[in-house]
Ligand binder design. Sequence first.
Ligand SMILES: *[C@@H]1O[C@H](CO)[C@@H](O)[C@H](O)[C@H]1NC(C)=O
Ligand SMILES: *[C@@H]1O[C@H](CO)[C@@H](O)[C@H](O)[C@H]1NC(C)=O
Ligand SMILES: *[C@@H]1O[C@H](CO)[C@@H](O)[C@H](O)[C@H]1NC(C)=O
Ligand SMILES: *[C@@H]1O[C@H](CO)[C@@H](O)[C@H](O)[C@H]1NC(C)=O
Length: 260
Amino acid sequence: MQLSHKPTKAQSLVNFILVSSSFCALYVVVSVLLLGPSNLVRVNNASQSVSIATTLDHLVFGIASSKISWPKRKEYAKLWWNTTTTKGCVFVDSLPDEEHDRNENDTSLPPLCVSQDTSRFRYTHRGGLRSAIRVARVVAETVALHNDSDVRWYVFGDDDTVFFPENVVKTLSKYDHELWYYIGAHSEVYEQNRLFGFGMAFGGAGFAISSSLARILANVFDSCIERYPHLYGSDGRVHSCLAELGVGLTHEPGFHQEFD
Ligand SMILES: *[C@@H]1O[C@H](CO)[C@@H](O)[C@H](O)[C@H]1NC(C)=O
Ligand SMILES: *[C@@H]1O[C@H](CO)[C@@H](O)[C@H](O)[C@H]1NC(C)=O
Ligand SMILES: *[C@@H]1O[C@H](CO)[C@@H](O)[C@H](O)[C@H]1NC(C)=O
Ligand SMILES: *[C@@H]1O[C@H](CO)[C@@H](O)[C@H](O)[C@H]1NC(C)=O
């Protein structure tokens, strides 16, 4: 089954690329004829101008979970993850004890990745959980694991975040991944926004970072979170480090929390 499918898929991809390239070429020719060279500033590099539309293949997901919560929460991931089309990892503090909770033979579940040790980082928020540091570092660890040039967007969420991948693709397609974007939404609860800030993407709702920005963020992340040991959560740390880079939130209400 798989083998007989592959050539058709590759063939249709080739066709797709050929068709999109011809359209791009046509567009360039028409632009030159109609508008003159001044409008060609953005398409001066031949290999960049033939940009194909964003698809699920261009997305990598980083999901925060833990050894304790994964066995129950994986039911949420089953709703939207598809191992043939979705890339990424679920980050746990250590592997669940039961063999059947490790996803090894379950083709409907994402792979598990064990987070790196975070004991060297300070956490000083009273009443919070220092696992916030581990969860914040999912951003940097995801980029380190999936850092190939065809990744356009890194998408993050919790283990009970339910994504509609086609909708995420559609939303992110509106933006140029080569520019710096931090996309998500503030909370639907006023009090949470007052406490944590209206400019922060709330992690539970999911958020996305363009690959060009994520690679820069990943490089400075460890030194940056050392400056925010007093913050409560993981999303606050990501928000602070992006603020240091001068990037504000681009609001997309499609990323939203759900309160009963
Ligand atoms: C054009 O873009 C490609 C890939 O993005 C890059 O490798 C190349 O150096 C660029 N060329 C110029 C002249 O900018
Ligand atoms: C996963 O994606 C493939 C390719 O698009 C599709 O054929 C398959 O039915 C999907 N699986 C599920 C469980 O949706
Ligand atoms: C997973 O597959 C391996 C090898 O095919 C097998 O040894 C192992 O028992 C399987 N695990 C489960 C939980 O089914
Ligand atoms: C990702 O790859 C780029 C180019 O190869 C490299 O400059 C960058 O340091 C890498 N980032 C991470 C976090 O590994």
